[in-house]
Design a protein around this ligand. Structure first.
Ligand code: SIN
Length: 536
């Protein structure tokens, strides 16, 4: 494989084009040159797929205290209260920033925000743009970033690994100094230099067989941060969304929780509602509770799925408020105005990630993590619905303010280290493509079977053993063959899956999104934050 040692330097490097990365880039672009890398097209992100909306206290009778209390309750005792307080109280300012960029949230006839309701929220506080809120936000942010001359967006550029002083064996404080990037179309690996690198790569839903996430969600940021020696926390808490469409052809279409906010009820194949057996908030309980209840009902009754019934609402209302769900289900032959929607839980959100401060600061100097890739302490053991877009935009601003304070651009960068050229092993093409696909499927299936909604120590042990073997195989590919997008994603998937399994095995209690039959109760003496770090 060709390796070009361009050593091109940027003041800031951002990896990922979701709400967090683009918000950071827009602010940083006022102070220096920014490179934004994304492995496919810029609008292929979890942000662009978000249906529900963005939580923010705007109603007159709503309060920050109430948003705080709902977040802490959903987080099952593991949220960092001061982080939650900061994020919910900075929300209105960040929403104003988005509106100033042209983001159009739905309003009522009186001009006030049309607020949605989702599980775990005690008030209506979800700003939305129909049921394609993420697409509206991502599009407006991208348009603004593309109009900014200081920002260069590199589509089809996959970051292979971070370059840090520790990796180079330098004795000084560990800091990030650049990265290796595969130009997916040109097939070359280039070296880029920067002392300020932001991970905003989203989550890892694709580690599981069934997920609401787009194909890009392969845990890239967590995996590369882990390989670079950053602290990773709470990866055991993978949130399963209760209502992914159950359909033989379409496997990852989300049925937004906002439908339940408008009165949709979960029912079994017998047509009877069942959530009242599990929680007084019924279908609007926090996601971990609803997903577990559905899992239980499916196992108990032997049915393939449960159903979400929203037929009490008029066709006109559904078409206007949920145009995406209405049309997509309609194309698949499901008329949501007259029949219940078949649904199953599916992997949805990574609540843990690269451990950061409230300013996105990681354990490696100059490396920031914001959005789903990060663990700030906001979500604890289970994320409150629609708090994720909010965290992305709040943390982007805080991280940019922090990096400008600590590492001002006008100050000369430190000594210009010559970064080593990327080295590949033997440069032959992978002739056994089938093996990559097989390994990919094996990881996703074993994670689904052994490490999903209900876990046991024995299943986790099995998963760990199999992942250990797969890791060796993938490493061998990585060093011996020409790297491709598929191979890099496989490498990140296996590293991320192993982190989830290790974290799950070390948490000897059940809490939030982590439930194990061997330790079915919460244990108040267990550590609130699990931390893992690779040592060189
Ligand atoms: C949804 O629309 O149900 C998803 C919202 C979220 O994950 O916050």
């Amino acid at each position: 494989m060709t390796s070009t040692n361009t050593n091109t330097e940027f003041d800031f490097i951002v990896i990922g084009t979701g709400i967090a990365g683009l918000s950071f880039a827009l602010q940083a672009g006022k102070h220096g040159k920014v490179a934004v890398f994304t492995k496919r097209e810029a609008l292929k992100s979890n942000t662009a797929w978000a249906q529900g909306g963005i939580a923010c206290v705007t109603a007159e009778d709503d309060t920050f205290e109430s948003h705080l209390a709902d977040t802490l309750d959903a987080g099952a005792g593991l949220c960092d209260e001061s982080v939650v307080r900061t994020v919910v109280s900075e929300a209105p300012d960040r929403i104003r920033d988005l509106i100033n960029l042209g983001v159009a949230f739905d309003t009522n006839a009186d001009g006030k925000a049309n607020l949605g309701q989702e599980g775990g929220h005690s008030e209506r506080r979800i700003l939305h743009s129909g049921d394609t809120t993420g697409r509206e936000i991502a599009t407006k942010l991208l348009e603004a970033a593309m109009a900014e001359p200081s920002i260069s967006i590199f589509e089809h550029h996959f970051v292979v690994d971070l370059i840090t002083t520790a990796k180079l064996g330098l004795a000084s404080e560990d800091r990030v100094i650049g990265l290796y990037v595969l130009d997916c179309k040109g097939g070359t690996v280039e070296t880029f230099r920067s002392n300020r690198v932001v991970l905003s790569t989203g989550g890892c839903g694709r580690v599981y067989l069934y997920t609401t996430n787009p194909t890009v969600a392969t845990g890239d940021g967590v995996a590369m941060a882990w390989r670079a020696g950053a602290v990773i926390s709470n990866m055991e808490f993978v949130q399963f969304h209760p209502t992914c469409l159950y359909h033989p052809e379409v496997k990852n279409f989300l049925i937004t929780e906002a439908l339940r906010g408008e009165g949709a009820v979960l029912i079994g194949a017998d047509g009877k509602s069942f959530m009242e057996k599990y929680d007084s908030r019924k279908s609007l309980a926090p996601r971990d509770i609803v997903a577990r209840a559905i899992d239980r009902e499916i196992k108990k009754t032997g049915s393939q799925c449960v159903y979400l019934d929203v037929t009490h609402q008029s066709r006109e209302f559904l078409e206007e408020r949920f145009p995406n769900v209405y049309a997509t289900c309609g194309e698949l032959g499901i008329d949501i105005a007259s029949e219940p929607i078949p649904v199953v839980p599916a992997a949805h959100y990574q609540c843990g990630g690269v451990k950061t401060s409230i300013n996105g600061v990681t354990s490696i100097r100059g490396l920031y993590a914001i959005g789903e890739v990060a663990y700030t302490g906001l979500h604890g053991a289970n994320r409150l619905a629609s708090n994720s877009l909010l965290e992305g935009v709040v943390l982007a601003k805080r991280a940019c303010d922090h990096v400008l304070r600590k590492m001002p651009v006008e100050k000369a960068n430190r000594e210009a280290l010559v970064l080593p050229q990327w080295e590949s092993g033997d440069v032959q093409d992978v002739d056994e493509l089938v093996v990559i696909y097989h390994n990919w499927d094996e990881i996703r299936r074993l994670m689904w079977d052994y490490v999903s909604i209900v876990r046991t120590s024995k299943r986790l042990q099995r998963a760990a053993t199999r992942l250990g073997n797969l890791k060796h195989e993938v490493q061998e590919f990585y060093w011996n063959f020409k790297i491709t997008t598929d191979l890099l994603e496989l490498r990140n998937l296996v590293d991320t899956a192993a982190l989830i399994v290790d974290a799950a095995a070390s948490r000897k209690e059940s809490r939030g999104a982590h439930y194990t039959l061997d330790y079915p109760e919460p244990d108040t003496t267990s550590a609130p934050v699990s931390s893992m770090m690779r040592r060189f």
